[in-house]
Design a protein around this ligand. Structure first.
Ligand code: SF4
Length: 333
């Protein structure tokens, strides 16, 4: 029988719970790139309140990418210094922390908005070498792992997408070829750092192909997978909610791979999470808005033996690109 608060293994880490905190819009301010005292305090609260693993907001690979004005970016001059302080703070409470890395638009080698099918081999090598540099910075900053965001509509998710990727070379066509660029990145990261490599992967329209993508990643170096979705309604089949489709798919992935599988999105009640954990092979859940509403809610759940996030899922914080609840404003410091 699984419980949210099991002490459980995730790769080489011992987690205090099966809940993984995902971050978003923590920078909150276009001109303010450094880590503020408020952000340090927030992470300290996560780390001492029974979260299993912390994943940062997106750390953008490129300073000119679509969300880089609203997120941290890897080439920020004080990245290593400030994030090392942050990871040290979190580690004081024996909590592992991963950096989420990704990009949306491909502007490399002096070219703009490159489509997947137009990438040259030189462009692919440039992206891969940029990932190695990013991973080394992440390791120097004291992170335990790197979350490669190859899901949602991040660029590398489009590289693996059978509809988007119509390449005729070794980086297109069959499933393995579409995943090749990502598994080469994983191998390079593992050759140059000891980071745990966690991949955030989509359920695409073709479920069998998506399952194959997950298996290939897990067999070629990914240490864990988080299942997410492509953010487009036409990708979802009629008569089935997104959540049910994701549970169904994540459960199949968990039964097919030998690495931990995380399900992302939309869960907020302790009883239904426990039920999900026990009726599927899914071992971990990722949560975001519940932590925006109350960074300490897991400690209350653990003490009471039950609980439900009071977040109303209104998404105001999301649309305003804020990591503070805009309805209750209850993040106190
Ligand atoms: S603003 Fe809305 S979605 Fe965001 S934490 Fe508050 S209640 Fe939840």
């Amino acid at each position: 029988m699984k419980s949210i608060f099991d002490n459980t293994k995730f790769g080489r880490f011992n987690l205090k719970s099966r809940i993984i905190r995902s971050g978003l819009w923590e920078s909150e301010n276009e001109s303010q790139k450094n880590l503020t005292p408020k952000i340090f305090k927030r992470y300290e609260k996560f780390a001492k309140n029974n979260v299993g693993l912390i994943v940062t907001e997106l750390i953008s690979m490129y300073s000119h990418d679509r969300f880089s004005d609203y997120s941290h970016y890897i080439n920020y001059p004080y990245f290593i210094k400030e994030f090392k302080q942050l990871t040290d703070t979190v580690h004081e409470f024996d909590t592992p922390i991963f950096a989420q890395i990704g990009f949306i638009n491909c502007n490399v080698n002096g070219k703009q908005m490159m489509e997947v099918n137009d990438l040259t081999i030189e462009d692919i090598r440039k992206i891969q070498s940029d990932y190695v540099v990013a991973a080394k910075k992440v390791a120097f900053a004291g992170f335990d792992g790197i979350q490669l965001n190859v899901g949602n509509n991040y660029y590398l998710s489009r590289v693996m997408d059978p509809f988007e990727n119509q390449r005729q070379d070794n980086y297109g066509g069959n499933t393995y070829n579409r995943v090749r660029m990502v598994i080469e990145i994983i191998k390079l990261i593992k050759q140059t750092t000891d980071l745990h490599v966690h991949c955030r992967v989509n359920l695409y329209q073709d479920e069998n192909d998506s399952l194959e993508i997950c298996k290939i990643l897990a067999e070629n170096g990914a240490d864990s997978l988080q299942i997410t979705k492509f953010l487009s309604p036409q990708y979802f089949r009629k008569g089935q909610s997104n959540e049910n489709m994701l549970v169904d798919f994540a459960s199949k992935v968990a039964d097919s791979v030998q690495v931990p599988v995380v399900l992302g999105g939309g869960w907020s009640e302790m009883g239904s999470i426990q039920d999900l954990l026990n009726r599927t092979g899914i071992g971990f859940l990722s949560m975001y808005r519940s932590f925006v509403h109350d960074p300490c809610f897991l400690t209350k759940w653990k003490k009471d033996g039950h609980g439900q996030s009071k977040c109303r899922t209104c998404n105001n914080c999301y649309w305003k690109k804020s990591s503070v609840c805009l309805i209750e404003g209850n993040e106190t410091y």
